[in-house]
Ligand binder design. Structure first.
Ligand code: AOF
Ligand code: ZN
Length: 372
């Protein structure tokens, strides 16, 4: 293998590591790093790391700690420019120099204004060879939540929808088991790799959901649960409120809720944030998302219901849409999962690119990605 091919191979590996941390590193990005040495024509990996829960230690210091002395004279692939700033930990760029690494393969610049090219510059001025832009498009995908947080002041939003073969989400007021076991497992995995799950109050009232990751051994990866609830109608005895000591519950409310009701909810341990309303009297979603980004949230999975989904898509706030379709029909009148004007927008190739359907057990999953 020649050097560019090895660089790409190692970057792919680093991206795989970075994906492991998604959902757990907020407010920081999830970065992956691989250190390797050449023995003749053969690369040998001597260190690997990814950003740890809560965002620290950073990926590079993890990989350097694993490599130890073997880092001297070695190369490192890293999915985001090494940091240049003295934050809670010293800059990774300096740790790389101290470790004796002589070549860096970096996927993309860190948009954080404290870094923004500064990390690459520190490495270059120390005489380290720096190759940038390797698998940049893939890295952008992995870093997208963090990029949106820094550049657009809002988190990335993945919209998840489930429908029967005839297009229904369920019957009014009743939860319907639309998806198969395989799809549910995949949704729970998606919950784990997002920082937060967001639903509208309608879903809370209709389903009293848990909104946790219930894959075996992964319960601790349950993300923050966010309810968009203009009038603070979430019941005190809902699962979201009753379990908020174990899995955080945040409720976004409008300006007209009495301070007394807010206090009662806060006493239960729920985090309440007030946001302004838009002209139609609903929570101003761009303001709510800005607030969530300020609180450090980088990736949101929006799971319900149809009204919130429509508002998010209409306001151009959705980055990808995942539609699970079961092979079974409801066979009678129900609540449409995707109303015609929403479907039109999602299917519009100027807004979203559509991937080939994937089979998940008996269901079919179609993934749509926003076109910038
Ligand atoms: C890296 N490697 O694994 C991550 C980085 O608050 P601090 O000091 O931890 O710094 C957070 C910033 O560091 C964050 O905004 C982003 O620019 C960068 N994240 N950098 O070199 C990593 N997670
Ligand atoms: Zn760092």
């Amino acid at each position: 293998m020649n050097a560019p091919a090895i660089d790409e191979w190692m970057m792919r590996h680093a991206l795989m590591l970075a994906r492991r941390g998604l959902g757990r590193t907020w407010p920081n990005p999830s970065v992956g790093a691989v250190i390797w040495r050449m023995e003749g024509d053969h690369p040998f990996i001597v260190g690997r790391g990814y950003t740890q829960p809560g965002g620290r230690p950073h990926a590079e210091t993890e990989a350097i700690a694993m490599a130890g002395e073997a880092a001297r004279g070695a190369s490192m692939a890293v999915t985001l420019e090494p940091c240049a700033h003295h934050g809670k930990t010293p800059p990774c760029a300096e740790a790389i120099i101290r470790a004796g690494i002589t070549r860096i393969v970096s996927a993309m610049n860190d948009p954080d204004p404290r870094v923004d090219g500064g990390g690459h510059a520190i490495l270059l001025s120390a005489g380290i060879a720096v190759v940038t832009g390797v698998l940049a498009a893939e890295a952008r995908g992995v870093n997208l939540g963090f990029i949106h947080k820094i550049v657009d002041h809002r988190p990335l939003i993945t919209l998840k929808l489930a429908q029967t073969a005839d297009g229904y989400a369920g019957v009014t007021g009743r939860q319907l088991m639309v998806s198969s076991v395989g799809s549910k497992q995949r949704v729970h995995l998606a919950r784990a790799n997002h920082d937060a799950i967001m639903v509208g109050i309608g879903t809370v009232l209709a389903d009293n959901p848990d909104l946790t990751c219930r894959l075996p051994g992964m319960m601790q990866f349950s993300p923050v649960r966010i309810v968009i609830d203009t009038h603070l109608s979430t019941p005190m005895n809902s699962r979201l409120v009753e379990t908020c000591a174990t899995v955080p519950t945040w409720i976004i409310i409008g300006p007209n809720v009495s301070e007394k009701s807010v206090e009662l909810m806060r006493e239960k341990g729920v985090l309440i944030e007030r946001v302004s309303l838009n002209k139609s009297g609903h929570i101003h979603l761009p303001d709510a998302l800005r607030l969530l980004a300020e609180k450090g949230i980088t990736r949101i999975l929006s799971e319900g219901g149809p009204l919130l989904a429509e508002a998010l898509v209409e306001q151009d706030l959705v980055d990808s849409v995942e539609i699970y379709t079961s092979p079974d029909r409801l066979g009678r009148e129900g609540v449409l999962a995707v109303r015609p004007h929403l479907r039109e927008k999602i299917e519009n190739q100027r807004h979203f690119s559509k991937a080939e359907p994937v089979a998940i057990g008996r269901d079919r999953l179609i993934h749509y990605t926003r076109i910038k």
